[in-house]
Every structure is written in C-alpha cells, then in structure tokens.
Write a protein that binds this ligand. Structure first.
Ligand SMILES: Cc1ncc(COP(=O)(O)O)c(C=O)c1O
Length: 451
C-alpha cells in the first residue's frame, strides 16, 4: 500500500507544482472531497475555505453533477468541434438564459477549456469586431498564465512572460477603495479620479485604436477588491463614448460567487462579453468560454469565427456544466451569497478584525471576502510588501491553518475567504474558529519577528 509520505515523495520527485519554488513544499496530498471538506492521504479533514481556487462553488462531490458526468462518460466522450452536439446546444441555451442579455437581445457562447484561453479568445474577437488592436487592462489584475493571458495580466505573474508576446496591451490603475491609487479615502472622489484616469489613458493611447477594456468586475486573486458605487457603470459609459468593447473577466466572479449568476447582474452593468471558467462546472471539469452579446455574435454569421480548440465544447464538460447550472438553480445557490453568506462573513470576519490588530481591512461581496493584513492600522502599512520577494510571517498563518484543518488561498498580505456556496453556518463557524486560532499564531510570529 502506498502511504501518505510515499505519495509526498512521489509528488516531489515527479510533479512541478504551480507558482512556487519546488524545494520546500510540504503540503497535504489530497485524495478525496466531500461537501465543504477535502481529505488527505492520512484521512485528515480540511475545510475548503477558498472553494479550491474560488472554483468549486458547489463544494466537492455534488451528487447530481457526478451522476451527469458518469452518464455522459457512458454515452459520448468526444465529438468533432465543427459538427453540432447536443450538450453544446443545451448548455449554450442555459448560459445565455442566466446572462445579463437574457430576455433582451440574447447572446451566444464560444467554449474553451480554461479562463486564460477564454480571455485570449475574447481579445481576438474584440480585435476582429472593432478592427482596432489595443486592449486596456488594470495593473492589479490576473487574467491567466498562458502567454497571451499573462500579457493581459497586470500584476507580477506577468513578469515571467516578458518581453510580452501580445503587443497592444495598455494598463491603468483601477479603483481600490482601501488603498486608493488616487490618494483619497472618499469613495466618491476615488471613483471620479479613477474614471478620469481611464479617460486620460484612452485619450493618450488614441481612442480609435482601443478595441476593448478587460476587467475583473471584482478583482479576484489580487485581493477581492469590490468596486465602489458607480465605477463599473462609469467604465461602461466611457466605453460607449469611444466605441470600446467592455469585457468582464468573470472567471472567478461567475456562477454565484458575488450573490448572482454573474457580477454583471449583481452590479447591474451590462458588458459586451463575459469570460468564464471555474464555477461553470463547479471546477469538476475543465471548461471555460466567452459569452458574447447577440448583436456582436451575428458578425460571425457571415465571417469565419477565427478561433477553435480540439476540446471546444468537450461533451464531458458540457454535461458537467449543464448539471452544475441546474444544481445552482435548484438550490438557490446563485443568490445564496447575497441572501445568506455575505451577512455571515461580514459579521464573523468583522469580529475577527475587532480581535486581531493585524487585520487592516475586511471586504467582500456575496461569498467572496478577503482579509488584508497590516502592521499599522492607522497608516495601513502592508504586513508584507505586495509583490515583494519575501512572504515574511505569512507562511506561519497558512501552516497554522493546515495544522488546524483549513485550506485557504492567499497572496502576499491578503487571505481569501470564499467558501463553497453550499456551506452551512456551523461548518463556517468551525473553520472561522480555526482561523481565529491561526491568526493568534500569526500575531505571535509577527511580534517575535520584531524582537
Ligand atoms: C479572474 C481570472 N481570470 C482568469 C483566470 C485564469 O483561469 P485559468 O486558470 O482557468 O486559465 C483566473 C484564474 O485564477 C482568474 O482568477
């Protein structure tokens, strides 16, 4: 029998783990999932407080989705992409029915297998549709790690991709209420200045050469930054004024994360395209895609689409996503973030802030929250520098969480709290009590580091 330690050795010997230096990795070997829990090879249980990578929105092992996957495996596992297939048609209808264009002009979908591919294809479509080439993206953004998507990304996961292979990407500073790049604590002033900045960038770049503005409606892995009132609507107006397409990257925010099927619906701002992945299948199968409003999609009725992948509309992905969307709808999970989980997280994480001086900001929307750590609350000094070389004392927090039986995703001085939308209050309470204990360990480690 292979035991846990042997599996760890096998993993270290044969697998390259994303994003980290390989030498010092000592993490659990996950072998099973059930509900909001992951289990390692020793049988230890971990509450999944970040839904994997903000993706397994139905938790793990959701029965009706697994049943649909099994049934599809028995029926058909591949079908040529240039012929039609039943699952593609049905899923397209379901996705458009939950899109911001439902009941109005409608839309269509192009299938990919990841969020990165979806963003690259959306950019390709925007360039084809407008005949323009420049794409605006935010500095504090992540749009994927493939070369094109990394070029669209603003933060330091882009740096390994330089010199960039996708020319024409122009970056701007987006709205960030807690740490305004525009030097104000007044959300209204921040929005005005942030929009004026985008207006200036557009003018300086030649508005007639800008094809699209691509943005995460709530910044995801860079710290769950919820836009202040009016920011997204202001971007929509600016895009309209200059004939620029507005693309929402909803790879993280889609499928109930913000308390609606899409953040576009929660914020009541209608983009021209939405890119998605992750939660569309609750991450049970690797599906992504581009939703595009009907009036734009019609262009491709007479003109070749110019994009395609072997696995576009893979039958297993289709069946998984159809069942996941049915499950979200049957369980009211698209709305549960807004009606239930948001209140829990605001209150419970707010109490942690009262207790732990290192928490500078608790922010979020729906079931999508973050804690940002500071060494000085009044000055908002980041506990460790964003994009710096050192993780400082943060590994103590993640180590303590692992020991206590909690998984959560973090970057620099931010930890993401984005539980599966199926979580019950008692399950959340148990994990937050463990987080409370781990924050105590973080505080001790920080105090010791000052001596
Ligand atoms: C907002 C956003 N866009 C795109 C991506 C890339 O998606 P994928 O990893 O499926 O390529 C991610 C991944 O975390 C993301 O958070």
């Amino acid at each position: 029998m292979i035991v846990a330690e042997d599996l760890k050795t096998l993993h270290r010997d044969y697998v390259l783990t994303p994003w980290i230096a390989q030498g010092n990795v000592d993490v659990p070997v996950i072998v099973r999932g059930e509900g909001v829990y992951l289990f390692d090879a020793d049988g230890k249980r971990y509450t999944d407080l970040s839904s994997g990578l903000v993706a397994a929105n139905l938790g793990h092992g959701y029965k009706s989705v697994l049943d649909a996957m099994h049934a599809q495996i028995d029926r058909l596992c591949f079908s040529p992409t240039n012929w039609f297939q039943d699952g593609r048609a049905k899923l397209g209808q379901s996705l458009v029915a939950i899109s911001p264009w439902a009941g109005k002009e409608g839309g269509r979908v192009f299938y990919t297998t990841s969020g990165a591919q979806a963003n690259e294809d959306a950019v390709k479509f925007a360039r084809m549709l407008t005949g323009r080439h420049k794409i605006l993206t935010a500095y504090r953004s992540f749009h994927g790690s493939a070369a094109g998507a990394a070029a669209l990304t603003g933060e330091n996961r882009r740096w390994n991709n330089e010199p960039e292979i996708m020319p024409g990407v122009v970056r701007f500073w987006a709205n960030y209420p807690y740490r305004s790049p525009f030097h104000t604590d007044d959300p209204k002033v921040e929005v005005e200045r942030a929009l004026q900045h985008v207006r200036d960038v557009i003018a300086a770049e030649n508005a007639d050469s800008v094809a699209a503005l691509l943005i995460e409606p709530v910044v995801g892995s860079n710290g769950v930054i919820v836009p202040a009132d009016g920011y997204l609507a202001g971007l929509r107006a600016l895009c309209d004024e200059h004939g620029i397409l507005l693309i929402f990257d909803e790879v993280m925010t889609g499928f109930g994360r913000t308390g609606a099927a899409f953040a576009a619906i929660r914020f009541n701002v209608v983009p021209d395209m939405i890119t998605f992945a992750k939660g569309v299948t609750s991450a049970y199968a690797p599906l992504g895609g581009v939703l595009i409003r009907e009036k734009l999609a019609q262009t491709f009725d007479t003109r070749p689409l110019g994009a395609g992948h072997t696995y576009s509309g893979h039958p297993l992905n289709m069946a998984t996503a159809i069942a996941a969307i049915e499950a979200y709808q049957a369980g009211g999970y698209f709305e549960r973030g807004r009606t239930t989980i948001e209140g829990w997280l605001r209150t419970k994480l707010g109490k942690l802030k009262e207790k732990h001086e290192l928490i500078g900001d608790v922010r979020g929307i729906g079931a999508f929250f973050a804690l940002e750590f500071v060494s000085d609350r009044a000055k908002r000094t980041p506990l460790i520098p964003w994009q710096g070389k050192s993780q400082g004392v943060m590994p103590t927090l993640f180590g303590a969480l692992r020991k206590a039986g909690v998984y959560a995703f973090g970057r620099y001085n931010v930890i993401h709290i984005a539980p599966p939308l199926v979580i019950e209050e008692a399950e959340l309470d148990e994990a937050i009590a463990k987080l409370d204990g781990a924050l105590g360990e973080l505080e001790s480690a920080y105090a010791a580091s000052l001596k």
